[in-house]
Design a protein. Structure first.
Length: 260
């Protein structure tokens, strides 16, 4: 029993989200089998039926906080976790459901639900870090499996995870992609977006949608000048930032600049 408890305990938690980032862990396949041998999976509803009570060495948290119950539960998760890592756009920036933050959620509820008075929800969708201390944030919609494996192994080894701080543009150069903005006039958020996807969309002649959120030092104002030069009006320039990471401060500030 002593040897078993010495094995690091991993927990994976879900809040308001689509489960895509949890599925990324399962998509690791062979790597996940090796990981399963190095940790004790104490809680992971997507992969196990049971739950081991007690404390966890590492908790991975997917999803945003959207209800009073969520706000209480994340505090309990934090209390029981030695390290807490948020995974995905919902957990790090509020997610696509964060679009409620720009309007009155009561109006949405009245349109969607026949009895909105039964709906207990917060006025906003907020990232985990707004509620409890977070040890590391892993961005993406969904996250990249190689980055997820790096984060898990780093915490198991007692070191800080190493994930890229550069923008998607550098990944485009590494892949030999032709810049879609320069060559084709295609709107692209690559210059201000955190790397992680391997420049997937530009590799297929599409502009970056900002799935990985703002890079560490984004210059969104400069990019806005280029988007305007491409003929994109203020309304559409606001909309390009109000998607998966609308609540990320750098993206929100830039979208707010174009409010009517």
């Amino acid at each position: 029993m002593a040897n078993r408890r010495a094995t690091p305990r991993l927990a994976v938690w879900k809040f308001a989200s689509c489960d895509g980032c949890q599925l990324t862990l399962l998509d690791c396949e062979d790597e996940f089998l090796g990981l399963a041998g190095a940790v004790e999976i104490a809680y992971f509803p997507e992969a196990t039926r049971g739950q081991l009570r007690g404390r966890y060495d590492l908790s991975l948290v997917e999803g945003s906080i959207t209800t009073p119950h969520d706000a209480e539960r994340i505090r309990e998760v934090r209390r029981r976790s030695a390290h807490l890592v948020t995974i995905g756009a919902c957990a790090t920036a509020g997610g696509i459901q964060g679009l409620r933050n720009f309007a009155d959620v009561r109006e949405y509820a009245a349109v969607v639900y026949a009895r909105p008075d039964y709906i207990a929800t917060l006025a906003t969708s907020t990232p985990i870090a707004d509620h409890v201390p977070v040890d590391f944030e892993l961005r993406g919609c969904p996250i990249a499996k190689h980055q997820l494996l790096e984060v898990i192994t780093a915490f198991l080894a007692g070191r800080r995870p190493v994930t890229p701080a550069h923008s998607v543009c550098l990944d485009c150069k590494l892949r030999g992609n032709v810049c879609v903005m320069v060559a084709h006039g295609t709107p692209c958020l690559g210059p201000v977006t955190h790397a992680g996807c391997g420049a997937l969309c530009p590799a297929y002649h599409r502009g970056c949608y900002g799935c990985y959120g703002p890079q560490e030092t984004p210059n969104a104002v400069s990019l806005d000048t280029q988007l305007e030069a491409l003929g994109i009006d203020a309304r559409d320039r606001r909309r390009v930032y109000r998607t998966f990471n609308a609540g990320a401060p750098a993206f929100r500030e830039e979208s707010d600049r174009h409010d009517p």
